[in-house]
Ligand binder design. Sequence first.
Ligand code: ADP
Length: 500
Amino acid sequence: MAKPTKPASAATKASARASIKAAAKAPTKTPAKRLRVLSVASEMYPFVKTGGLADVVGALPAALRDWDVEVTSVIPGYRLDKTKDDLVTLAKADSDSGAVLAVNLPDFFNRKGGPYQDENGADYGDNLARFSAFSRRAAEVALGHYPDLPAFDVVHAHDWQAAAIVGHLHDLAKGKPPPTVFTIHNLAFQGRFGGFSFPEVGLPAAYFDKDWFEFYGDVNLLKAAVLRASKVTTVSETYAAEICTHEFGFGLNELLSGRGSDLLGLVNGLDTAVWNPMSDAALPLSYEASTAAQGKAAAKARLQKDHGLETNPDKPVFGLVSRLSDQKGIDLIAEQIDGLVFRGAQVVMLGSGDPALTAALEAKAAQHPTQVAFTNGYNEALAHLIHGGSDFLLVPSRFEPCGLTQLSAQRYGAVPVVSAVGGLVDTVIDINEASRRSGVGTGIIMRSVTPAGLGQALNRALALYADEAAFAQVVQNAMTAEVGWAASAGAYAALYRGLI
Ligand code: ADP
């Protein structure tokens, strides 16, 4: 069993001073009204990313600046250069990301594999201890235990990896923690471990209680945050309602619905600086809505050529950029590929994850080498090129808290084909008679997450593509839809202010 976290010694705190001083001294715009928020998460773009969590945590600080909220972010220091400092400054306060501090716990985070799994894809056996130690250190930062970093007004923690902070703040602040916001990016991942491992959380045994971390005899980190955070948010309104139901609640539906108006859905935005077809180095030709035809044709040609596909500008290309998991409906896509190829379409896929789903997509690419391509892996540049070169982007998720690829797809003029769940329904306007008349449809929403449901949606996509004028109009609608952070950043700012 891993040792409990050591409190930061005076010596290590002093040595941390050098690296954190710069962040604290950076100039600020409006000191009088400024609210200081500490964001705590296990991922943050561009420093470390495995999915949408990183995108959100990376983009929110810049968006919140317009609302006089100054965010300092704390993430684990994965593979830091050798240093004895407790905290290492990755970015200063005046950077795009705001101040970013990495917690230095080399035994836990200086490892060869990914953030959560080793090189063979197996979860690290000490994940509970790793992220609890991270949360404890972040709680110390929040409470002002480090020089030049005064206590923060609000702590905003994300997902199970940061959830233990509610307990550590309560413990360190002797029952008087600062206000906390806890955001659920995916309820499927709760940080659940055998009850015997509670000592690894590094809290007194009293916290292994049904009012805190105990859940049916297990440790459940996310559950404690759901119960104890001042406000709980999730990443779309529809998902906020869904997780209060038995079907989508993963066992926490009653606790979540018990939070009443303290549970809110605030839809994610896209970082429109990172996802901008006008300045994207991964695209052969930059484009915006008015030049989409040329820009997307060039990207499609590049995509086809790079993947050894038939170079044909007329073929509709369906793209996929996704984790390969049951959640994402990848099996449904695999089933539809033969039919798509038969009807003259191409499919270009990028993803990694579940070995069986990986094998299924590999088999389809091998079966149709000139029409179907699959890249197994994680590749930012290729993800961007697929968005540029595809006519449609497939997102047939079984559940989807928010989803970001349907947003980036719209921004790049790849019409999203999505299921009717979570944030997908909140961010895509289905192309139907009514939306067509008013010129607002931005994508195709499947009626059911089944092979037949996807099949029907793909029929609609192919029919739309065959109608050149109608398709071009949808591309325009999608590219000009509001997919950024403007609305939700204001809502987060209001939420924080309401807590102090
Ligand atoms: P989730 O967080 O559930 O994986 P989201 O749609 O919220 O799904 O976010 C996924 C993010 O990760 C998007 O920015 C997407 O472009 C990116 N992404 C997913 N798979 C890959 C991959 N194989 N290569 C590059 N980027 C990927």
